[in-house]
Design a protein around this ligand. Structure first.
Ligand code: PLP
Length: 486
């Protein structure tokens, strides 16, 4: 157990402690929320439990205020910064979407260029719609067999920096959904040498801060800001997240940016879950993630032994576009048994009561974390073996490619706010899209505002729809029509 780092006591959880004190005080509520510790909404209380609704409270002096923390929330943020090796940590209650958006909005203004891989989550491009920054995309390499996009190569980033010396920041995924990492230390150095910031979307990398044998974390690599999905591998409640900053970032300004869009009624359920989860990770994270990585490694071996599937791992590493691999991720290529990843995803849920994170054109991802047990993994492995036996078919004619290089015509903000018309999707080839189209998850846009709609993209969308991917982003919920520039 590592109770103390830099003199701070990681066994403390100040928000949680303040809420426990508050519960004991039995304060009479003439404030919001109107359910008044659950009394006004017995059905909700029966559903969530008194323990939960009793601490669903609003800001007040003993509990601090998320928009302007001076006591227990500030202490919780200091402990989080200490645990993650950051200069400052912000507790976030709007998902990692809010962390990513605050990170980008703190770094870029209208017209600024930002260098980034195109296989980013939509929250990044949404941030560009909000602030008017212009993307300089680095097309990630694609693994031809798996059809997945890899990391950015060092020389691609160097080229983008040389061609766009006025860009203000380089943004990196660490790791991608599939667990692939770029050479983050080298990219941070290149960005800093060019006077740019390095921002990291670490939605899938919380555990990097607490594991051994895992890829380097953003803060350790010297990055300036990182958006960390505590609610994914960190174990906190859905929608809670952290924004970390390095020593060269002015935390006061970042707070002002966060407060542009953050609620003034930050949820204490979310904040206490961040506090308790940070404590858990600081005290037990190393052991826990070692076990998770071991379980994933075991499952990879077993799934590969089934035949037909390919559960990929560190053998993909090539020193550049796959500089490192997150061994806790369990991604499986399914095309060789004649099934798209999304088909396996649906069969696992509908016939085996197993819900995995996502399935796309050629792969599935089972998300492993601290709550998993070996017996569940055994179920997954045996279900996959049975699916192969029952459903295997000829793979001819199946699409493999997950990533299609976009033709960017105009910036996301210009396209989003430009005059637009709705046209049938089937007649949209050659037009410029003014909205997003993506499969969710993983939420990486197939089309983003300002990109040309090509025949290849239409074929990809048609195929993804036919295979059962949940298509999101477009104004038309069925995606039979699409908004394009006039
Ligand atoms: C890479 C990446 N970044 C950001 C996000 C946004 O996270 P959230 O859903 O917490 O808003 C996600 C969500 O899946 C993601 O995959």
């Amino acid at each position: 157990m590592r109770n103390k780092r830099n003199g701070l006591d990681q066994s403390r959880a100040p928000i949680y402690e303040a809420l426990e004190n508050f519960r004991r005080m039995r304060v009479v509520p003439f404030d919001v929320p109107g359910h008044k510790r659950g009394r006004g909404n017995p059905e909700l209380t029966a559903f969530l439990g008194q323990a939960c609704v009793g601490v669903d409270v609003n800001s007040m002096k003993p509990l601090d205020n998320l928009c302007h923390p001076v006591s227990v929330i500030r202490e919780a943020e200091e402990l989080a910064a200490d645990a993650f090796g950051a200069a400052h940590a912000f507790l976030m209650v709007g998902g990692t979407t809010s962390s990513v958006q605050s990170m980008v909005l703190s770094s870029c203004k209208r017209g600024d260029e930002i260098i980034l891989p195109r296989n980013v989550h939509k929250s990044v491009i949404n941030a560009l719609v909000l602030c008017g920054a212009v993307p300089v995309y680095v097309n990630p390499e694609v693994d031809q067999r798996l059809g997945i996009s890899l990391g950015m190569k060092r020389e691609q980033v160097a080229k983008a920096i040389a061609e766009h010396p006025k860009a203000v920041a380089v943004l990196v995924n660490n790791p991608t959904y599939y667990g692939i990492c770029s050479d983050l230390r080298a990219i941070v150095k290149m960005a800093h040498d060019a006077g740019m910031l390095c921002l990291v979307d670490e939605a899938h990398g919380t555990h990097f801060y607490f594991g051994s044998g895992l890829p380097v974390s953003a803060m350790e690599a010297g990055a300036d800001m990182a958006s960390v999905s505590m609610h994914k591998s960190g174990g906190s409640l859905t929608q809670s997240s952290l924004l970390l900053t390095g020593p060269n970032i002015h935390a006061g300004y970042v707070r002002q940016i966060i407060n542009l869009t953050q609620t003034t009624s930050g949820s204490y359920l979310l904040m206490s879950s961040l506090d308790i989860s940070r404590r858990n990770l600081a005290l037990r994270g190393r052991k826990v993630f070692h076990q998770v990585a071991d379980m994933a490694e075991y499952a990879r071996r077993e799934i590969n032994a089934v035949g037909g599937y390919y559960a990929f791992g560190r053998e993909l590493m090539n020193g550049n576009s796959v500089f490192d691999f997150d061994t806790t991720k369990l991604s499986v290529h399914t095309l060789d048994i004649g099934l798209a990843g999304i088909e396996v995803y649906d069969i696992l849920r509908d016939e085996y009561d197993i819900q995995i994170e996502f399935g796309d054109i050629g792969n599935i991802l089972a998300y492993l974390s601290m709550g998993d047990r070996p017996q569940e993994l055994e179920r997954l492995v045996s279900a996959l073996a049975e699916i192969r036996r029952r459903y295997q078919k000829d793979a001819t004619g199946m699409l493999t490619q997950e990533y299609i290089e976009p033709e960017v015509v105009t910036s996301p903000q210009e396209a989003f706010y430009a005059p637009k018309i709705s046209v049938p999707l089937a007649e949209s080839e050659g037009r410029v899209c003014s909205e997003f189209v993506m499969c969710y998850p993983p939420g990486i846009p197939i089309l983003a505002p300002g990109e040309r709609i090509t025949g290849e993209i239409l074929e990809h969308i048609g195929y993804a729809k036919e295979k059962g991917c949940s298509m999101t982003g477009s104004e038309d919920p069925d995606l039979t029509r699409i908004n394009v520039l006039e």
